[in-house]
Design a protein around this ligand. Structure first.
Ligand code: PXP
Length: 245
């Protein structure tokens, strides 16, 4: 069975809209956990547009399930991860002008730096996942760098409109899963997943965890975080019937 990590960045986005102290993403994390989430994910961006250092620190001390910190390879952020010691870091590319993470990490081009950061994370006992497009070269480079897992970028799948496009993207994800598992990697997936499009991805056997943010927080505004999280877990469980990766 695949499991759900809820990305709560956008709870902090609402807080930052007023530079206020509510809603607190720490409260949201509690609600997600009470709903049965397997993990809490936040992206500590260099521009601190939503999650800030205090959030990451308090979440590390309060989250009882898995705490997954998304981060780029910039040195000041890597140092924070070494200090906070989340259960897992997911290495993502980051551009200041983007609305959300666009594209995957270039594990091929950045192999040297990625390898060095993976070593540093492992020294602290932190599991490392690389957020990459479902591309053989990127998967193999992530394995070469020593990553424990890859998170397959599902953005192209979520943007596919025709049945043929959707099927092509699902095939790419299945092929990438096979390549990654053969390379000894755990396989996660995320980005752009919603209550409407999660089914076929959740049905892919061998995916360990899904990182889902925008869609859950958007629903939570109307129905509450606990129900929104439960609704997504129910859908994942409905479609994902295989053993846990
Ligand atoms: N996975 C990664 C690596 C991400 O950067 C994001 C967005 O922060 C997500 C998953 C969640 O994407 P979404 O908000 O579209 O569900």
């Amino acid at each position: 069975m695949a499991v759900l990590n809820v990305n709560i960045d956008h709870v902090a986005t609402i807080r930052q809209a007023r530079r206020a102290d509510e809603p607190d993403p720490v409260w949201a994390a509690v609600e997600c956990e009470l709903a049965g989430a397997n993990g809490i994910t936040v992206h500590l961006r260099q521009d601190r547009r939503h999650i800030n250092d205090r959030d990451a620190e308090v979440l590390k001390r309060t989250v009882a399930c898995k705490f997954n910190l998304e981060m780029c390879l910039a040195e000041p952020i890597v140092k924070i991860a070494e200090r906070i010691c989340p259960d897992q870091v997911t290495i993502v590319p980051e551009r200041r002008e983007e609305l959300t993470t666009e594209g995957g990490l270039d594990s091929v081009g950045g192999l040297k730096r990625l390898t060095a950061v993976v070593k540093r994370m492992h020294r602290k006992g932190i599991c490392v996942s690389a957020f990459i497009t479902p591309d053989t070269e990127q998967i193999l480079a992530s394995a070469e760098a020593g990553c424990d897992a890859v998170e397959l970028h599902t953005g192209a799948y979520s943007n596919a409109r025709t049945d043929a496009q959707v099927e092509r993207q699902l095939n790419e994800l299945r092929d990438a899963r096979d390549t990654a598992r053969s390379a000894g990697l755990i396989v996660h997936a995320g980005h752009g997943l919603t209550y409407r499009n999660i089914g076929p991805v959740a049905a892919i056997e061998g995916l360990g965890e899904f990182n889902i943010g925008h869609s859950i927080v958007a629903r939570a505004v109307l129905v509450g975080m606990r129900k929104a999280t439960r609704d997504m877990i129910r859908l994942i469980d409905k479609y994902n019937t295989g053993p846990k990766a």
